[in-house]
Design a protein around this ligand. Structure first.
Ligand SMILES: *[C@@H]1O[C@H](CO)[C@@H](O)[C@H](O)[C@H]1NC(C)=O
Ligand SMILES: *[C@@H]1O[C@H](CO)[C@@H](O)[C@H](O)[C@H]1NC(C)=O
Ligand SMILES: *[C@@H]1O[C@H](CO)[C@@H](O)[C@H](O)[C@H]1NC(C)=O
Length: 456
């Protein structure tokens, strides 16, 4: 297996760094080292077919979470998509007048049947991005149009489609970089003591720590987009896009999306510990999750690579101690197209991947488990109530379903068309795949690329 790893910094010491030119040599070296100490993990994953059930309808799936009762939370954008007409240049949301998304943006699914057990989040959100479930099943949301972060109480049988938040951070529709403002915040990570980190986000490139009451504690990070660094230093981000905690080791790892690396920090004081990158994963890391399986495993999803199209879009299982890629996962032999988030169950038995385009939510299970969902189960009507929770009426959503689906399908086709045009434009204008080239600011292609990169 070809594995190219790792820029490791320990206490500021660069122990290994490299350029693209010695890639082959380096892979051989890492391979030899791995041969000496074979990675401890052999588990691999396969996709669960017929999941979710046919009655589950959704738009762009931006994020996915998993609660203590093994329910899957799918956060999606309904009839909205994020494209170049979504924001003004100053990051203000253009479509405020349209009101919030009217349908339920959070769908709670049963991992074993794929059926909807609860839906929630109607008339609340404008452009969903991140969802995190904490140890008490509180729901943490980021909305990039509102530029806000919310904490909601755990869902129960009396929860209706709309709830009041327990905590609201940021100022609605007002981007900024103060302690009271965010700019397109991407995700939240909650520590066992209730303190939490917000990744902020598409414009600010910082991580902010708050205490459990929502009071500002500290922040780290600065943007590499303005400095144009070829080899970004620790604490420098392009888009901090997704976060995961390694609670037993007090570590927070952050997907530094366009820098194509994970940066890991002490989760209490924010001290940089190490970074991880790999030519196999490439230059886009969208999502990261952690499970304690076999001593600690990271799950990573990468994304489309403008300059290195040979890189495959997949999920990667990385042994945290050795930082070696031990396996990959992808749907049924196909690649992903635009995976946006990944979450693991605590024990790593199940993985869920949110995909923006096409609109998809995937479940993978470890090969030593079998989750079989019959065609009859897949096509069965949505139960009026099931297991965990009694359902609010969904009749309005059901009746509107066909129309919404048609709109969504047409949008998807248009988006794919645009993506192909953009890709071919970029490809023909690009002479080399070196990552350094795109950082030379000023050209039209550069600006165009930045724009297309950041509409997810
Ligand atoms: C359900 O959640 C609501 C909102 O948090 C709360 O007020 C209510 O007490 C909860 N009900 C039960 C039965 O837990
Ligand atoms: C942060 O915490 C680590 C322990 O995880 C400790 O070694 C380090 O000295 C701390 N740094 C600061 C600046 O407090
Ligand atoms: C899963 O199915 C395979 C055959 O498809 C079988 O060999 C294996 O024992 C099953 N595993 C479990 C845990 O049921």
């Amino acid at each position: 297996m070809r594995i190219n790893v790792i820029t490791t910094y320990l206490f500021g010491l660069i122990t290994l760094s490299y350029t693209d030119d010695n890639q082959y040599e380096r892979s051989e070296k890492v391979e030899r080292e791995n041969a000496k100490t074979p990675p401890p993990i052999t588990a691999e994953y396969h996709v669960v077919t017929n999941w979710p059930a046919k009655h589950v309808k959704y738009g762009q799936v931006s994020s996915v979470a998993y609660d203590s009762q093994s329910n899957v939370y799918v956060f999606h954008r309904g009839d909205r998509v994020w494209n170049s007409d979504t924001f003004y240049d100053n990051n203000l949301y253009k479509h405020r007048a349209d009101g919030p998304i009217a349908t339920e943006t959070v769908l709670v699914l049963d991992p074993n049947t794929g059926h909807l057990v609860k839906s929630w989040g109607a008339n609340m959100f404008y452009l969903p991005h991140g969802i995190t479930i904490d140890a008490y099943d509180n729901i943490w949301i980021t909305d990039v149009a509102l530029h806000q972060v919310f904490k909601y109480p755990r869902l129960n049988s009396t929860t209706t489609a709309t709830s009041n938040p327990l905590m609201t951070l940021g100022t609605a529709f007002t981007p900024g970089s103060s302690h009271k403002h965010f700019c397109k915040p991407t995700s939240v990570a909650v520590l066992p003591n209730g303190d939490f980190w917000v990744a902020d986000g598409y414009c600010n490139a910082r991580l902010i720590k708050f205490n459990s009451d929502g009071m500002f504690l500290s922040q780290i990070g600065r943007s590499t987009r303005t400095t144009g660094e070829l080899t970004p230093a620790p604490y420098h981000f392009q888009v901090p896009h997704s976060m995961t905690l390694i609670p037993d080791q007090n570590i927070l790892c952050v997907a530094d999306r366009e820098n194509g690396r994970l940066q890991c920090f002490d989760c209490h004081n924010g001290t940089f510990l190490q970074s991880l990158e790999s030519d196999v994963i490439g230059r886009k890391i969208y999502g990261v999750s952690y499970s304690h399986m076999n001593g600690g495993v990271l799950y990573i999803v990468n994304g489309p690579q403008e300059f290195t199209p040979a890189v495959k879009i997949r999920g990667f299982v990385v042994d945290f101690r050795s930082q070696s890629i031990v396996s990959t996962f992808n749907p049924g032999g196909d690649e992903f197209h635009l995976p946006h988030d990944v979450i693991s169950s605590d024990s790593g038995e199940r993985l869920f991947v949110a995909e923006i385009n096409p609109f998809r939510i995937w479940q993978f299970v470890r090969n030593d488990l079998n989750v079989t969902i019959s065609d009859a189960m897949y096509t069965a009507a949505q139960p009026s109530a099931s297991g965990l929770l009694s359902l609010p009426s969904l009749s309005g959503q059901e009746q509107g379903g066909a129309l919404v689906l048609a709109v969504l399908v047409i949008s998807a086709v248009l988006l794919v068309g645009i993506a192909v045009l953009v890709a071919s434009f970029v490809y023909t204008k690009t002479t080399t795949g070196r990552r350094g080239k795109r950082r030379r600011a000023g050209s039209v292609e550069h600006l165009f690329l930045e724009e297309t990169n950041l509409v997810h």
